[in-house]
Write a protein that binds this ligand. Structure first.
Ligand SMILES: [Ca+2]
Ligand SMILES: [Ca+2]
Ligand SMILES: [Ca+2]
Length: 748
């Protein structure tokens, strides 16, 4: 899922276009910066002040080894980075196919509009060659802010340019040296490039234009999708409040409800002081705002069927992620495209090729991964199985609408048909099919790089066995032939698992797409065993489930792609008590009760009503939905309606009662993400509707997040920027968690 970090090189024409991209000087070393300005450029007045000539490149002189510096390799590039005698040495074994195939880069500075900067460094090489230096946008089309191509040889030379930042302020640009195969030149032999004394400094800040402040978000957060008349209805206020009372104002300006605030809560996840306004007693339908002193919320609705409108786009996101088929304009509008990724894929490490077209693009990239795909299919199958009436619709707006099969099953089948192609003759299932690296920000059909079928993994095989067994049951009444195909595939996968105890997947050295590494396959085996027993009733499966479950003190009970134990437990607990082991049942129930109680406690003490505590990690919005689904199952299992109320608070969090004051589903609510890390959205410069954004991630796992979210409290580590793949990507298995949650709520 992590975006590709290569540098797209611009046509030479652009290099000389005068768009703040002067050619770098190439002169012998001299310590005098001011005498080295570009010819033809007016020397800017050197400003006196604290930040003048402060080098924003930390460890630019490599006195601290290679700290802060990284090497990116792609398309055949092969090199080592080390520091030798206070210089960076890139020891290049192979230059690869592109200039960015070997790239030395640095992140962690900023360039402000109108600022005059100097970019300088020294370089040499053990052969005569050219290298490309750039300060660039770190994503999108990799716009160059300053760049140049210059020749290096055995003598250390100093290069520098002075430029005015004419693009928008970039808080997280990338400085890079592209030292692969120079553009338009022959392949070079192995060679060594040395870099030292890299500097980016502000020379003159007097012309800096500060961006306008972001529009403020209201300090009263409501569900921007709205509330059902019978729901518990709350709004969460932050900051100082005037008085202790609040009002709910109807669209005509009349006061529909008045009440007292509760609180405050000092909220550690968000660093806010929060109050709650409860207006559950207002059951009249209409459009309202919540007001307290001079603070006012976005408008929201109270109405029956409040979730009907959003369900379809959230579901149809999966259709729009379909690979290997034409996505027609009548279904997809701007996101229509020709069939993509239809060439045969290489079986990794061989010259053999196989057709594995189909399935869903996993996320913001175009990879297809069995483990995450299986989680998404499981959510759909459970959503249907648990709520057949609410989810039986055959008119959700996909090509299979009107075929007398519930569309949710049709959509699941699109992925299942692909998964069937991913099963090898051994019964084992290949982990994924992707390129060697992530593609550029292009539409799917424009991503024409070779794709590779990566090796079989046990986790993929276990997940596959489980969803195929569940599908046998789900499809038996609609298409017996397909159901039987699922059955035989599930049994073959199971037999493979019995014969193969090992098999963790790791990316081979030259593969840089999502790894989906999983250290334990016991949960996948349990899920498979429970699903196979449920579908086919052979005792060997239930014995296997209980044997594995008995081995572990800790009960795996997640719904994530790496911990699928919760799916297995749900199936096991649904079996006839006459066939299950009472001890095993109790152990699982105890663990579930403990987890549900912990979610409930967290949810009650959290100002925004969710269960994450301080654990805002990658894809936190999926965890919010998964926990809500877990709470709903627990509500049924333990007869505790508090769990259900907590689950609804989780849904309201997704829809706007959160510290970011956002509806996290694109295209819905008053404010929602518009710059998701999603290639079709980036390629069309628009935002596909119905996608659940990843959400706050306190671990700051991309350069943009590192640059702009430093020091933010966990629940606020989110930025609506396409470069921030660790907070603002989308994924089929995040949407599926929300589909299941909406299904569970809709059916109640
Ligand atoms: Ca040095
Ligand atoms: Ca249908
Ligand atoms: Ca696992």
């Amino acid at each position: 899922m992590i975006k590709k970090t290569f540098c797209v090189f611009f046509a030479a024409a652009l290099l000389f276009s005068g768009c703040a991209a002067p050619v770098l000087n190439d002169e012998d070393y001299s310590p005098e910066i001011s005498s080295k300005l570009d010819s033809g450029m007016t020397q800017p007045p050197l400003r006196t002040g604290a930040d003048r000539n402060v080098n924003m490149v930390k460890n630019g002189d490599f006195s601290n080894g290679i700290v802060n510096w990284s090497l990116f390799l792609d398309k055949g590039g092969s090199a080592d980075l080390l520091a030798v005698d206070g210089e960076a040495l890139v020891d290049i074994a192979s230059c690869g196919a592109e200039d960015y195939s070997v790239q030395l880069y640095y992140d962690g500075f900023k360039l402000e509009t109108g600022g005059v900067y100097i970019f300088s460094f020294e370089a040499r090489s053990d052969i005569y060659r050219s290298i490309c230096a750039r300060l660039q946008l770190n994503g999108g089309d990799y716009t160059g802010y300053a760049e140049g191509i210059f020749e290096t040889s055995a003598n250390m030379k100093r290069y520098e340019t002075v430029f005015t930042m004419e693009h928008g302020t970039d808080p997280a640009p990338r400085l890079c040296f592209n030292i692969g195969k120079p553009k338009g030149q022959d392949v070079l032999p192995p060679n060594k490039v040395y870099i030292d004394n890299v500097q980016v400094s502000l020379l003159d800040g007097s012309g800096i234009i500060k961006p306008p402040p972001e529009p403020g978000r209201p300090d009263i957060n409501v569900s921007q999708i709205g509330y059902e008349p019978g729901d518990v209805k709350t709004a969460v206020l932050r900051g100082a409040v005037t008085g202790t009372s609040f009002q709910v104002i109807a669209a005509d300006g009349t006061v529909s409800f008045a009440g007292e605030l509760t609180g405050p809560i000092e909220s550690e996840p968000s660093g806010e002081r929060n109050y709650t306004a409860d207006f559950s007693a207002l059951t009249r339908e209409g459009t309202f705002t919540v007001k307290c002193g001079d603070k006012e919320s976005y408008p929201f609705k109270i109405s029956e069927g409040i979730y009907d409108e959003i369900f379809k786009p959230v579901f149809r996101m999966l259709y729009l992620q379909r690979c290997g088929t034409e996505i027609a304009p009548c279904f997809a509008g701007d996101f229509a495209h020709e069939a993509c990724h239809i060439s045969k894929a290489y079986i990794y490490g061989t010259d053999e090729k196989k057709h594995v077209s189909g399935g869903w693009h996993d996320a913001g990239d175009y990879g297809r991964y069995v483990v995450s795909g299986a989680k998404a299919v499981a959510d759909l199958l459970f959503a249907y199985q648990d709520n057949p009436d609410a989810l039986g619709s055959d008119d959700l707006g996909i090509p299979e609408s009107g075929n007398n099969v519930p569309d949710i099953l049709d959509e699941a089948r699109y992925e299942l048909e692909w998964m069937l192609k991913m099963q090898s003759g051994s019964g084992g299932v290949h982990h994924k099919v992707t390129g060697l690296a992530f593609p550029g920000e292009v539409m799917p059909e424009e991503d024409t790089d070779d794709v590779y079928i990566l090796p079989v993994s046990n986790c993929a095989t276990g997940d596959f066995a489980a969803v195929m067994a569940m599908s046998y049951t789900a499809f038996r009444d609609f298409d017996l032939k397909f159901a039987k195909k699922c059955r035989s595939a599930a049994e073959k996968a199971w037999n493979y698992l019995q014969a193969n105890p090992g098999g963790r997947f790791r990316n081979p050295e030259d593969v840089f797409t999502g790894e989906y590494y999983d250290g334990s396959d016991s949960d996948e085996r349990c899920w498979a065993a429970a699903a196979l027993y449920r579908a086919f009733g052979d005792n060997k499966y239930i014995d296997a489930f209980e044997r594995i479950a008995d081995l572990y003190v800790y009960v795996q009970d997640g719904y994530g792609w790496s911990d699928v134990g919760g799916y297995g437990n749900k199936i096991y607990l649904s079996l006839d008590p006459a066939v299950t082991d009472p001890g095993c049942v109790q152990k699982i129930k105890d663990a579930m009760k403990k987890k549900a109680d912990s979610c409930l406690t967290n949810s009650k003490s959290d100002a925004y009503g969710i269960s994450l505590g301080l654990s805002y990690n990658w894809g936190s919005n999926m965890t919010v939905c998964d926990n809500a689904n877990f709470l709903i199952l627990s509500a049924d299992l333990f007869g505790n309606t508090d769990y259900l109320a907590a689950a609804k608070r989780h849904l309201n969090y997704i829809f706007g009662i959160n510290p970011m004051s956002l509806c996290f589903v694109t295209g819905f609510g008053s404010v929602s993400p518009v710059n998701t890390h999603h290639r079709p959205s980036m390629a069309t410069n628009s935002t596909m509707t119905g996608m659940l954004a990843g959400g706050p991630n306190k671990n700051l796992e991309d350069p943009y997040a590192k640059a702009v979210l430093q020091g933010c409290p966990p629940a606020k580590c989110y930025v609506d920027n396409a470069q921030s793949f660790s907070t603002n990507e989308v994924a089929v298995y995040w949407n599926s968690a929300l589909i299941r949650l909406l299904a569970n709520i809709l059916s109640r």
